[in-house]
Design a binder for this molecule. Structure first.
Ligand code: HEM
Length: 379
């Protein structure tokens, strides 16, 4: 699905870009280079080192592990990590199955549904809201704010985005006050306790990590579910293989992550110093973006990369990134994806796309890859 990347990988794998704000940068499209960038400590993700205090207005979005370097990174990630260990996540299997079944039951008897709106979106939201301890009844508000922040960051950061950020911060402030009075058994309560103990989290960092988790919980797994269903519907042979061998569901998820990963570009990195990288002279502060989806279609790494093949044996894809910033939510996303796809195919084995593939509209922006709506006939 990415002919432009294949041309870039061949002819200009580390492509010079001048970004709209005048910043010099590079776009990395080959697997080998992408992996090296993600693991190289000479790149920084700490925005304050690049932009100084001018990022203050964005701090709710940026004061977190994703935009920090060691040693801060370890402290910020460590606190949240407790809630996302494979063991903690495995313990959520029954609850995720229960939510999935409820959503599928609500779709029964309907002729046509938008799978994004009725299933792929609510499932990960309800789950992340339960982990954090925020009311999932407010999920429409979260969706608006989160979409606005993520799509806004890829274009002009307009007044509406700031308004949404402010609304979101106000909401969180009120919610934190409630939790301070009556802590529960959830992640926000434990982070607030850490903040109150002093030397762990600042108030800004508390907002930063919650914002990151809400956005990550909203913008990614929904596309994993949507993109996997779409790939299966567009590749009937693969769908048949999966129907005959349901145990291939985990491999299907991995192949979908490789083939059509929910995160198009890894978030940016900047050269922390001037140095030579793979034959290119990088100057300090140059911006480097990695196309994960391009790397995952590199024929030096994957045989016949343009084929969606759920029986692919080895798939060291980069959909969750690599190195110290590798996705914290990967075990959760994989489990949600596995349960969602297995249960959906089991409940509606006859489902088909209700529109032609080319009529589907993809979400704007460079960060996420997923369709806006996925209309299905359930039969
Ligand atoms: C980081 C992808 C789901 C939380 C990342 C990164 C990628 C990624 C590529 C690395 C970014 C970089 O290096 O610049 C995905 C995909 C998902 C997914 C494809 C779904 C299929 C989730 C979920 C959560 C989550 C469900 C949590 C609720 C995070 C966090 C980080 C992160 C906290 C930052 C880690 C750090 O900086 O140390 N994710 N993600 N992700 N992801 Fe995910």
């Amino acid at each position: 699905p990415y002919p432009i990347y294949s041309k870039m990988r061949e002819e200009d794998p580390i492509h010079a870009v001048r970004f709209p704000d005048g910043q010099n940068g590079w776009m990395v499209t080959r697997y080998e280079d992408a992996e090296k960038v993600l693991k190289d400590p000479r790149f920084t993700k700490d925005l304050s080192k690049i932009y100084g205090g001018s990022m203050d207005q964005m701090s709710v979005f940026t004061q977190n592990m994703l935009f920090s370097d060691p040693p801060d990174h370890k402290r910020l990630r460590g606190l949240a990590q407790k809630a996302f260990t494979p063991k903690m996540i495995a313990g959520m299997r029954d609850r995720i199955q229960e939510i999935t079944d409820e959503l599928l039951t609500a779709m029964e008897g309907r002729d046509q549904v938008d799978l994004i709106d009725e299933f792929a979106f609510p499932l990960p939201i309800i789950v992340i809201c339960e982990i954090l301890g925020v009311p999932s009844a407010d999920r429409d508000k979260f969706r608006l704010w989160s979409n606005s922040m993520i799509e806004g960051t890829s274009g002009e950061l307009g007044a509406t985005v700031y308004q949404h950020m402010n609304d979101f911060v106000q909401y969180l402030g009120q919610w934190f006050a409630t939790v301070r009075e009556q802590p529960g058994d959830d992640l926000i309560s434990s982070l607030i306790q850490a903040e109150e103990e002093g030397d762990y989290l600042s108030e800004r960092e508390l907002y930063g990590v919650i914002t990151l988790l809400i956005i990550a919980g909203h913008e990614t797994t929904v596309n994993l579910i949507g993109n996997t269903v779409l790939s299966l519907l567009e590749n009937p042979k693969q769908r048949k293989i999966l129907a005959q061998q349901p145990e291939l569901v985990n491999q299907t998820i991995e192949e979908s992550l490789r083939f059509n990963g929910p995160v198009e570009f890894s978030t940016s990195r900047w050269a922390g110093e001037s140095f030579e990288f793979q034959g290119i002279e990088l100057k300090k502060d140059d911006l480097v973006v990695v196309s994960l989806n391009s790397a995952n279609h590199d024929r030096d790494q994957f045989a016949e990369p343009e084929l969606f093949d759920i029986q692919r044996e080895k798939s060291p894809h980069l959909a969750f990134g690599k190195g110290i910033h590798m996705c914290l939510g990967a075990p959760l996303a994989r489990l949600e994806g596995e349960i969602a796809i297995a249960s959906l195919l089991d409940r509606f084995p006859e489902m088909v796309l209700a529109v032609k593939s080319h009529e589907l509209e993809w979400r704007p922006g460079m960060i996420v890859r997923g369709v806006k709506e996925l209309p299905l006939k359930l039969k």
